[in-house]
Design a protein around this ligand. Structure first.
Ligand code: CS2
Length: 510
């Protein structure tokens, strides 16, 4: 099943498309572990991007293979129909291609049994959430998909799409936000008396289940007749939290060609990933769940320690690598960690700034976890672009770096490396250029605002001042802390004057 990597080849000749009809041509070792034809749908997944396909869908297929159950997935795409175009003609089948230095392995996954583009079929989405056969709704809609204020966790009622969903409720205009869609589905489920259901967030947010429960509650509270629905939800719906982990870079044409050579079939839905995967799930389900523990997931009463560890160590390091790496001209994460100065800075971020803030789960070897992260980042076969991680920074900084900074300051420590990460983000969003002058697009829901507030800022201190004035990113406590302001200002000054190399050297030496 493993194929040696490194063999650069030309584009293969045209081949038939992967589908149920051609699946028998795939070698046994690459085939799905369940019979996709026999798998009924029990899960509705909102946000069927590459991450879900490389993570929860794989766990779910393995769980069904081990313990059975109709836990096939209906994958819902929110914004673009491209996933439906990729996977529709393939009957939901796609290949997970895992790369590391030793080679690649390919596996066709059959857990996704239906596809739905919410923009075109809102009624079908509502009916699916209301169907008695649906016992689980899972989500990977990214941080910005929640339309919440990260500082308070509350629904942004002023968000134009949220406001339009609330206004349109009485006229039966189909909701377009995730929370609106969920509440519409739950209302239909209540009306149909279809019984309890679980909503499981799989996004990189702390306490993601509690956040989702709060947002659904906020939405209901804003409806004229939402009280009864709120009571029904409190009694019938569970919102467990979960920590998800697998690095999933964007797929390239070379990856699709590699799969074609391995399978002999064309797969337009290939997802690329690393061999590693981890999932820690709060075991609180209203209507059953796949036996994910049989697939290697950890089911536990309390996810919080795992979540903080993963968000602060992995994602905090990732974002820091991305911003410093972009400024220094590194296209991929592996290039950024191969830069000794940046690697030393990330090591210091983890050891000095983050680890003392963590409540490490019993028996967990955090030193080993840190080393494993550095090894995973260095995976030379993954080609994970720093620009991909840099996107949506305004939505990511709070849980990745700012929590670490607040906790460290509260304990009387100076989190210099984390503040340099924040300063690197500031330099990136305020200049939109690398140190060599290469233009770097800023892909962020707040991009326009970030540009506006920093437009006239001439000095590093002015840039810091402008950006710390955004409560939706920084809240109000941190900007009022003179130590934080001074550390970020100093980091941005050094970054501006001496570049990434000088700034990481100074930060590591301090
Ligand atoms: C990355 C994550 O794009 C990003 O922001 O930090 O997607 C990261 O690869 C995953 O969380 C790893 O589990």
């Amino acid at each position: 099943m493993a194929a040696r990597g490194g063999d650069v080849m030309s584009t293969p000749a045209p081949a038939p498309r992967l589908s149920l009809g051609t699946l028998d041509a795939v070698e046994a070792g690459h085939r799905p572990r369940v019979d996709p034809r026999a798998l009924g749908v029990g899960v509705v997944h909102l946000g069927i991007g590459a991450f879900h396909r490389a993570h929860q869908a794989v766990y779910t297929e393995d769980a069904v293979a081990a313990a059975g159950g109709d836990w096939g997935i209906c994958g819902v795409t929110q914004r673009s129909r491209s996933v439906v175009e990729q996977l529709g003609p393939q009957d939901g089948l796609y290949t997970v291609l895992a790369h590391d230095a030793g080679g690649s392995s390919a596996r066709v996954v059959g857990a996704v049994r239906e596809l739905l583009f919410a923009g075109e079929e809102p009624g079908r989405l509502r009916a699916l959430i209301a169907a008695p056969t649906t016992r689980l709704v899972t989500l990977t809609v990214t941080e910005k998909g929640y339309r919440h204020d990260p500082a308070t966790g509350r629904l942004r009622r002023a968000d134009p799409d949220v406001a339009a969903d609330l206004d349109g409720w009485s006229t039966a205009r189909p909701p377009r936000t995730v929370v609106g869609q969920l509440v519409a589905g739950l209302a239909a489920r209540r009306a149909a008396d279809a019984g309890p259901v679980t909503l499981l967030s799989c996004d990189n947010l702390p306490a993601n289940g509690a956040v989702l429960r709060g947002l659904v509650g906020d939405f209901c509270a804003a409806l004229p007749d939402g009280d009864g629905l709120r009571e029904w939800i409190a009694a019938s719906v569970r919102f467990p939290s979960s920590m998800v982990d697998r690095i999933v870079p964007a797929t390239t044409p070379a990856d699709r060609d590699q799969v074609q050579r391995l399978l002999g079939l064309r797969d337009e839905g290939v997802v690329v990933t690393e061999p590693f995967r981890q999932w820690v799930v709060e075991d609180d389900f209203a209507a059953g769940r796949p036996a994910w523990e049989r697939a290697g997931a950890v089911l536990t009463a309390d996810v919080a320690p795992y979540e903080a560890m993963k968000l602060r160590l992995l994602n905090g390091s990732h974002s820091t690598l991305a911003y410093l790496g972009l400024l220094a001209g590194h296209e991929h994460v592996a290039d950024a960690v191969a830069d000794d100065g940046i690697a030393a800075l990330v090591d210091r971020l983890m050891a000095h700034d983050v680890v003392p803030t963590l409540a490490v789960p019993d028996g967990f070897d955090v030193a080993r976890y840190r080393q494993d992260l550095l090894d995973r980042f260095a995976n030379p076969a993954l080609h994970h672009r720093t620009l991909q991680i840099a996107m949506d920074g305004s939505q990511k900084l709070p849980q990745r770096l700012l929590g670490t900074i607040s906790d460290a300051l509260a304990a009387g420590r100076e989190p210099r490396a984390a503040c340099l990460g924040v300063a690197a983000w500031m330099r990136y969003v305020s200049t939109g250029r690398s140190e060599a002058g290469v233009a770097l697009p800023v892909d962020d829901p707040l991009a326009a605002r970030l540009g506006e507030v920093t437009a006239g800022a001439g000095s590093p201190a002015a840039v810091v001042d402008a950006l710390l004035g955004l409560p939706e990113v920084f809240g109000t406590d941190l900007p009022a802390d003179a130590r934080f302001r001074a550390l970020v200002e100093e980091a941005l000054e050094v970054l501006t004057r001496d570049g990434v190399a000088g700034a990481v050297r100074e930060s590591v030496a301090s």
